[in-house]
Design a protein around this ligand. Structure first.
Ligand code: AMP
Ligand code: MG
Length: 349
């Protein structure tokens, strides 16, 4: 993990002309890899004007979103300010932007029967999940004790937060953690940016486990988005073939984890227990027309497992694909139109 981040922390920028689309304007392919919002940002942009610093603008936009709104770590953000005000009778003023996000999260919390819960900050901190991301504590990790988790869980629960008259009221000790939706929210913002930039004719942008496709390749070919094999993340179980604007989010037990005494703990917590969810799946991929939904629902469906997750996805109008612990692949009917299994991955449907 440490090595992985060391490699990716260095921004790599490659710029080269990829020729002309048949009869269309000249198009330049820009590829950029960077670290943003505590995860890897990979951009492939097709731009008609070579001088446009779109990749830089995109990275800047995401950093701003993290610093000003979403980060739980940086004191400058609105989420940090709201967390600091937990327990205050007068609550705290919440921006229109974050109010909409929080209301969306409450809706998914309700629809998922409480499985998706953005108030698990205290539990996430106990597990030190953000520390795993940076690889800082590999080798010295010790899981929290049962009684610590029980105590932390007492300060969690979306049902105990209230939004009223432009103010947010969090009970004492409650901490918001938007880690399960931040990437999707960010990609929603990027879609707005891309639509305004006429010079950008096509893009695939991935941020951690969430991906946005936009526009077209110069040759008119479809976008092809690979889904990682949880058993061997260097290979894929298959691809999604997509035209135009889509959001694809994957939640997997291989994305962030720590090990202690031979036991592997991953980063998606079941609010019913405070422990990593164990619903029989190793990976869930959501295909949606909205980044927020794709990210929130991949996390929610991971916790709920195949049967309940399938129902939740159908109820929210998105497509879903599960990779079970046994490697079996199952998916919603609609997903079948987009998914092609890799040649050596024909298990399941
Ligand atoms: P994702 O990778 O999108 O599935 O999100 C996982 C992240 O969301 C974790 O690193 C935590 O910060 C946070 N999280 C963990 N469990 C939950 C949960 N049950 N509901 C909402 N957020 C969670
Ligand atoms: Mg998510």
């Amino acid at each position: 993990m440490k090595r992985f981040f060391a490699v990716w922390a260095v921004a790599v920028l490659m710029l080269f002309c990829c020729g002309c689309a048949a009869g269309g304007p000249q198009s330049f392919k820009v590829q950029n890899v960077d670290t943003v919002m505590g995860t890897v940002l990979q951009q492939t942009l097709y731009i008609s004007d070579r001088e446009t610093p779109a990749d830089q603008e995109i990275a800047l936009l995401l950093r701003k979103l993290e610093e000003e709104r979403l980060s739980r770590r940086l004191e400058t953000s609105e989420v940090s300010r709201l967390n600091q005000a937990a327990g205050e009778d007068s609550g705290s003023a919440v921006s229109d932007f974050l109010e909409e996000v929080l209301k969306g999260c409450l809706e998914i919390w309700q629809k998922s029967g409480g499985a998706f819960d953005i108030t698990l900050g205290a539990v996430v901190s106990l597990w030190d999940i953000d520390g795993w991301a940076s690889g800082e504590n590999q080798g010295v990790f010790a899981p929290p004790r049962d009684e610590q988790l029980r105590k932390a869980l007492e300060s969690c629960g979306c049902g105990r937060m209230k939004i009223e008259g432009g103010r947010l009221y969090l009970p004492e000790g409650m901490e918001l953690d938007l880690g399960a939706v931040g990437k999707g929210i960010a990609l929603d913002q990027l879609l707005v940016y891309l639509r305004e930039k006429n010079e950008i004719t096509g893009a695939v942008i991935s941020l951690g486990g969430s991906i946005l496709t936009y526009g077209q390749k110069p040759d008119g070919e479809s976008w092809s988005v690979g889904i990682a094999d949880p058993e061997d993340t260097a290979s894929i179980i298959g691809t999604l073939t997509l035209e135009g604007e889509w959001f694809v989010s994957t939640s997997g037990d291989y994305e962030r984890y720590a090990e202690a005494d031979g036991i592997r703990y991953h980063h998606i917590i079941d609010p019913a227990t405070g422990y990593p969810a164990d619903s029989g799946v190793r990976g869930v991929t959501i295909l949606a027309k909205e980044g927020f939904l794709s990210d929130a629902l991949s996390t929610a469906c991971f916790i709920l497992g195949e049967e309940k997750g399938m129902e939740l996805a159908a109820g929210c109008g998105v497509e879903v694909l599960f990779v079970g612990k046994d490697g079996r692949i199952t998916m919603s009917e609609g997903m079948k139109a987009y998914f092609t299994a890799a040649a050596d991955h024909s298990r399941g449907e």
